[in-house]
Design a protein around this ligand. Structure first.
Ligand code: PGA
Length: 259
């Protein structure tokens, strides 16, 4: 009999952040495409800057490699200078990263705002990859559980229970992002178990079995397999290493560990 976890398809997303304009993005995507296409057992998602999404879509369309946006607003349209609506992402992006720690900390995004965006994603289009994670001073002060509890309860409230399997949560400890200091697999496993338990409190255990939880923070080709080997971790959200062909190796290591 299949264990409940085996129903979850692993997902590895590459967050390119503010790297690669349209031409570079298209060329880079083209250069890694064959490698990614060869690993269909993992959902592969490229998240270019918004201005480059269409250029990358031109090469990924029909390949099974999905696109994600790095952010969006919750309104459908209107006078919101500089923002992108969920409707605009439809047809291009299957996913959208919401509440990344850089959005939370540099741009002041709150759990309440991230919740509105997450609800808009469920209402209109791309599947949300919602990021949570504690800062170093919070971890050192023993507050990891409190921070994750606040973020999960605040940003993931009121979601449609019957569609929770469309939700992806990325556990990204802020101190591990871009630092070369990844969390230990045990830390990632503990956080993933906590996140699932918090969701189960809100929605019931059965409804959250299909939610996928990624680990993010200094994921490399060398450590991706260790995280993917954890039963509660369903893949990775990758920053720096997704800008290089190493991304293919990360997807491959994930496929191997989950295989
Ligand atoms: P990193 O970034 O892999 O460069 O640490 C991860 C992220 O911000 O999603």
């Amino acid at each position: 009999m299949n264990s409940p976890t085996s129903r979850r398809v692993p997902i590895v997303a590459g967050n390119w952040k503010m790297h690669y304009g349209p031409t570079e993005a298209r060329d880079f995507a083209q250069s890694i495409l064959d490698g990614l296409v060869a690993i269909p057992s993992v959902e592969r998602v490229l998240c270019p800057p918004a201005i480059s999404i269409a250029a990358v879509h031109a090469v990924t369309a029909g390949t099974g490699v999905w696109l994600g946006a790095q952010n969006m607003y919750f309104e459908e349209q209107g006078a919101f200078t500089g923002e992108i609506s969920p409707l605009m992402l439809r047809g291009l992006c299957q996913y959208v990263i919401l509440g990344h720690s850089e959005r939370r900390h540099y741009f002041g995004e709150t759990d309440a705002l991230i919740n509105r965006k997450t609800l808009a994603a469920f209402a209109h289009g791309p599947r949300p990859i919602v990021c949570v994670g504690e800062r170093l001073e919070e971890r050192d002060a023993g507050q990891t559980e409190r921070v994750l509890t606040t973020q999960v309860r605040g940003s993931l409230t009121g979601l449609p229970i019957e569609r929770l399997s469309e939700l992806v949560v990325a556990y990204e400890p802020v101190w591990a992002i871009g630092t070369g200091r990844a969390a230990s697999p045990q830390d990632a496993a503990d956080a993933a178990a906590l996140i699932r338990a918090l969701l189960a409190e809100q929605y019931g255990a059965a409804a959250v079995v299909g939610v996928r939880i990624q680990y993010g923070g200094s994921v490399t080709a060398g450590n991706a397999g260790d995280f993917a080997a954890l039963p509660d971790v369903d893949g990775a959200l990758v920053g720096g290493a997704s800008l290089k062909p190493d991304f293919i190796e990360i997807v491959r290591a994930t496929a191997r560990a989950k295989g």
